[in-house]
Each structure stands twice: as C-alpha cells, then as structure tokens.
Design a protein around this ligand. Structure first.
Ligand code: B12
Ligand code: SF4
Length: 452
C-alpha cells in the first residue's frame, strides 16, 4: 500500500542508489561477459520507499550502478532520497554534495544510517529503521516544505509497517534487464544472535512476513518487463527464520511456477540447519531453487561457539553441504578470518575445508566490527576497535596484523586458483543439473555473451 498521509502539494522525488564499492562480491568485472548486465541486484529497500510515496508525487529512480544522476535530474527534483550500506558511505556523501550543489534537500535511509546516523552529519533528514511511522513523518515534512532545514532532523521508526502492507517495489521505474538477478523480500529479521551480525538489532528477532499472494504478485510485476533476468534472489537474511512460514509459502510459489511453465529460478540465504528440513528442501527443488548462500563463517567448531553461531555446530557440516547439493542447490559460503580463536592451524583447516566441501564460491572476509553488534560492544570495551582507513579491518586482531592479512590473501588465492575453482564448480554443477532443476540450466542463468 501507499502512504496514507494526506498531502496538499506535488513533490518531485529523485531516488538515487549509490554505486557499489568495487569488490569481488559484486562481480563488477564479470558484467561484460553477460549481455546487457550493468549491476548486481535491484536495490529493494529504496524501490519499496519509491512505491510507498503518495500517488500524486512523481518519482524518478536512478541506480548509479547503471547510470549516474545528471545535473538535469537534480534540477528536476524537489527532494533527493538516498539509501545504502556502510561500504557505500563515500558515494552517499558524494550524492548528497551533488544534490546540495543543486540546492535540493536530501534524505537518507537504509542499513548504514539506521545503524550509524553519526556518519552522516551532511544529510538534511535521516530516516532510521524500516519503513513505518518515521516515513510518514518524513512525507508530511516534505509536503510542508522542500527547503533545506537549518539543522539536521532525525526520524526514527517506532512503529514498523507490517510486511503484509508493503507495496510492490517500484520495479517499473528501473530497467530490470540491466541486472544480473532480481530481488524479492519474503521476510525481515532473524531469530539468531551471531556476535558479529547487526541484523537482529536492525530488523528484529521475530521474522515478519509477506503473504504468499504478495510474493506471486511481485513475480507477476517483474515478469511484465521483457528481458528480465531469469533468477530471483530472496534477500531475506534467513529464508528459514520462520520455518513454518517458508513451508507454507513454497507450495504457492510452486503453483505459480507450474502455471507459468517455470519461467524463473531462485536463490536465497539460510542457516546451515536448513539441511535438517527435507520437506522444505524438497519443495525448494520443485520450485527450481538453484543456489543458496550459507554463512558457514568457519569450519572450526570452537570458533563457531565463540561467535555464538552454534546453529552451525548443531549439524555435521560436510554432510549438510552434501545434502544441499543433493537437493540441487549450489552452495555459496561466507568465511571469516581474523577471529580471536584463529590458531596456527586455521589456514590449513580452511584450505582443507574448501577442497573437501567443494563449495565453488566463497566470500572470504576479514572480521569487521559493525556498529550495533555485540562484537562492536565487546571490542570497544577491550579497546580493540581501530579507526585507520589504511588497515584492512577495524578490528585489532589477537594475532599480528600482517600475519592475519597474509593468511587471508593466501586463502583467497587458494580458493580462486582457476583449476581448483573450475573443478569445484564442475562438481557442484553436476547434482544441480541432474536434480529436479533439469528443466533450466545454469548456462541460461549466466547468459554468456562472446567477447568481441
Ligand atoms: C541484497 C544484499 C546485498 C546486495 C546489494 C543489492 C542492492 N542493490 O541493494 C549485494 C550482494 C551487492 C550486497 C553486497 C554487500 N553487502 Co549486503 N545485503 C543485502 C541484504 C541481504 C538484503 C538487502 C535488501 O534488499 N533488504 C531488504 C530491504 C527492504 O531492506 P532495506 O534495504 O533495509 O530497506 C528498508 C529500510 O532500510 C528503509 N530504507 C531503505 N532505504 C531507504 C531510503 C530512504 C530515503 C528511506 C526514507 C528509507 C529507506 O526502508 C526499507 C523498507 O523497510 C542485506 C540484509 C538485509 N536484511 O537488508 C545485506 C546488507 C545490506 N549487506 C551488508 C554488507 C556488509 C554487504 C557487503 C559489505 C558484504 C561483504 N562483506 O562483502 C557487500 C558490499 C558490496 C559493495 N562492495 O558495495 C550489510 C550492511 C551493514 C550496514 N549496516 O551497512 C547488510 C545489512 C547485511 C549484514 N548485516 O551483514 N548486499
Ligand atoms: S543467522 Fe545470519 S542473519 Fe541471523 S544473526 Fe546469524 S549471521 Fe545474522
């Protein structure tokens, strides 16, 4: 639904999503291999906000991963709406500076400002938290005036809009064909409390949910655009945060796939204990889920316990990965190095894990402390937070910095050695293609284009 705030004036809104910070995980270097692809995923949060705005307010939407907002765009607008993650902070400041140079008021929402409003002293209006009462207050404020305020104002959501009332994201305002994959949100929040993660704090521990009818309506909306990518990524942090809800929704997704002759493939993020949910996995296979991102973090059990991720210890790791593969799911995994529990054996154990699990794509990161996490609080208390942009992390590791960084680089090199990587991909592709997903192919997903 749209905002129910009554408005008297017409405001032209320019939504600008910042460029990603170039990194391995955004695949920037691979876009040229795929016809028409310019960016990874549509920015779901800002698209929801765009769709929520009053009907009478025209919205122009620019994802700077596709094209830069021009002077003409800023001149057209009455107000500029921005979103983004901490890693995009420099780009957010840059958008605000361009908007201000054009004399336009700027408001910022999304995960970065919601966790760390103090990072953005230059922005006029800060929106903290999910869509809700703060968004309505912001709309009322804009209706009243689009002049820049004399001092920054903060609006913080106390009453979140139920997910059942979320509008269909404004997919019609962006060229879906320019993305590697599409995005869809089914739930928000995660019941676990991993030490390094800000999700429970930002989005709550009780997963909130959309209805199956909303999910299929969003798929219908995406399918209206010709040439859209064939893969949809569920952005939920934990697809099985509420297992019963996932189990209840999947049959609707399957019915939709059958009705339309399986036009899409899906991917999602979930905790490893999904391996203990055969009913859900069977339904996922029938729906054409091809990929799953699992936060494995580390193969070391004592490290998992220390970071309060015991849900990963509760299931045998290799067996669980194999179970997921057997259901046709290619596993992608996040790994963290620089943990307090790292030892002389960590490097060897991680390399063994990569070789034995045969997970092709791993995002191997150094531990970072995010604000609004128990990790941040613990390290702050211990005086172990660094504020030096020349360092690879804001954490003062227990082991010598150079040693940790060198180990990290060696592990990344090991994981991405072309022959090893190909062998792992080949291994994972076989069960995926053999399984219930045989009606689609990974080749179609990647949409390869010959390089001239
Ligand atoms: C999909 C995703 C990505 C996609 C980005 C796709 C895109 N175009 O946005 C990709 C894969 C590229 C990505 C990459 C990374 N990601 Co990411 N990602 C996500 C994920 C799983 C879902 C995002 C989403 O769609 N959420 C659903 C929408 C509806 O929620 P939302 O964006 O918060 O929007 C709501 C509110 O914030 C608000 N709102 C949002 N914008 C605005 C704007 C205005 C004006 C207003 C009023 C309100 C408002 O309204 C929305 C509705 O309630 C989130 C986790 C999460 N739960 O959000 C992590 C998350 C955003 N990612 C995160 C991180 C750390 C990363 C990486 C750094 C990971 C890494 N180590 O490499 C990289 C960085 C990429 C880079 N180099 O630039 C963190 C960000 C932490 C922070 N507080 O900034 C998150 C929160 C996950 C986490 N806790 O670890 N990510
Ligand atoms: S399971 Fe994932 S989303 Fe949930 S708290 Fe842990 S890391 Fe965060």
């Amino acid at each position: 639904m749209r905002a129910s705030v009554p408005v008297k004036n017409r405001r032209r809104l320019l939504c600008v999503f910042p460029h990603y910070t170039p990194a391995f995980g955004t695949f920037n270097h691979a876009y040229r291999l795929m016809k028409g692809v310019r960016a990874f995923m549509p920015p779901q949060g800002l698209l929801v906000i765009a769709a929520y705005m009053p009907q009478a307010w025209p919205v122009r939407f620019i994802d700077e991963n596709i094209r830069k907002a021009t002077d003409a765009d800023f001149a057209w607008a009455d107000a500029v709406l921005v979103s983004g993650m901490h890693v995009q902070a420099a780009q957010i400041h840059d958008i605000a500076a361009r908007a201000h140079a054009a004399g336009k008021v700027v408001m910022l929402g999304g995960p970065s400002v919601s966790a760390s409003p103090e990072m953005y002293p230059d922005i006029d209006y800060l929106h903290i938290g999910e869509i809700g009462d703060a968004t309505d207050q912001l709309i009322a404020r804009l209706d009243e005036s689009v002049a820049r305020p004399s001092a920054q104002l903060r609006f913080e959501t106390k009453d979140r809009l139920p997910l059942q009332d979320f509008p269909i994201p404004a997919y019609d305002l962006i060229p879906l064909k320019s993305y590697l994959m599409l995005t869809l949100q089914f739930s928000s929040g995660c019941p676990y409390l991993c030490e390094f993660c800000d999700i429970p704090n930002l989005y709550g521990r009780q997963p909130r949910l959309k209805t199956p009818a909303q999910i299929t309506a969003e798929l219908d909306a995406m399918r209206k655009q010709k040439g859209h990518p064939p893969v949809v990524y569920f952005v939920d942090d934990n697809f099985i945060g509420n297992r019963k809800a996932a189990k209840d929704m999947l049959p609707h997704l399957l019915a939709w796939q059958k009705q339309h002759d399986y036009p899409l493939q899906f991917a999602c993020e979930a905790t490893l204990n999904i391996a203990k949910q055969p009913e859900i996995l069977k339904l996922m296979r029938e729906c054409s889920f091809l990929g799953i991102f699992v936060g494995i973090e580390t193969p070391e059990a004592d490290a998992l316990k220390a970071m309060r991720k015991s849900q990963n210890v509760a299931v045998p790791m290799m067996e669980s990965i194999k179970t997921l593969n057997d259901y046709g799911l290619e596993v992608t995994s996040g790994i963290i190095l620089g943990l307090d529990t790292d030892s002389d054996d960590t490097e060897v154990r991680l390399k063994d894990f990569i070789d034995i699990s045969r997970i092709p794509m791993l995002t191997i990161n150094l531990l970072q402390a995010l604000p609004k996490t128990p990790l941040w609080d613990r390290l702050k208390l211990a005086g172990r937070l660094e504020d030096d942009p020349t360092l690879e992390s804001n954490v003062r590791f227990l082991r010598p910095y150079q040693e940790v960084v060198s180990m990290w680089r060696r592990c990344i090199a090991h994981a991405n050695d072309p022959e090893r990587l190909f062998a792992r991909f080949y291994h994972q592709a076989m069960p995926t293609i053999r399984s219930g997903c045989s009606r689609v192919s990974t080749i179609r997903w990647m949409r390869p284009t010959p390089i001239a």
